[in-house]
Write a protein that binds this ligand. Sequence first.
Ligand code: SAM
Length: 181
Amino acid sequence: MKDVVRQNFDASVDAYMTYERRTNRFTSLARLLAAEMNARTDSGLGTVLDAGAGTGVSTRVFAETAADTIALDISREMLREIDFPARLQADFDHLPLKDRSVDGVAFTASLFLVPEPATAVREAARVLGADGVVGAVAPLGWFRPDGTDVFEQFERKSRSPTGTSVVEDAVAGEFSTTTGT
Ligand SMILES: C[S@@+](CC[C@H](N)C(=O)[O-])C[C@H]1O[C@@H](n2cnc3c(N)ncnc32)[C@H](O)[C@@H]1O
């Protein structure tokens, strides 16, 4: 399933960027998440892992507030668009980072794409330092102005293999959680 997700995004870079230019959707989601994460730290966001950085929309948002931002994505083609020094092509389930090496892990519209969110969440917990914060946000729908689904050509399961409650349970299994709007 991850191969399908990776291939979907590898093949969708232009469409993704066009969609973002038109809607500003992921910028808004990342801003919301950055503010929520910031509010849960005492001394501001230090080093943040932008998990599922895509073309760098969320990376740019986190770079505005975090001391350092690392962009990580499974899709080489999406990642290629990011003009940022710290870029890693990797899977959430095997983060190429040391234990307790970051202060925040941000999943902007990305955690709901994995078949086993519990594994990704455990990895996030491993790399997170004491008092670190993990945030996850997901869009409610992906539609064109005419109401048609942006990802209609893709296999349904590859868009959200697990569903919201599985993601929420996985996060709650590892962290104390607060759910927002
Ligand atoms: C909807 S995009 C969001 C991109 C970016 N955060 C933004 O705000 O524009 C989701 C991203 O998650 C990445 N992704 C999905 N599953 C992944 C996995 N298992 N490991 C790493 N990245 C993954 C995809 O390749 C895609 O670039």
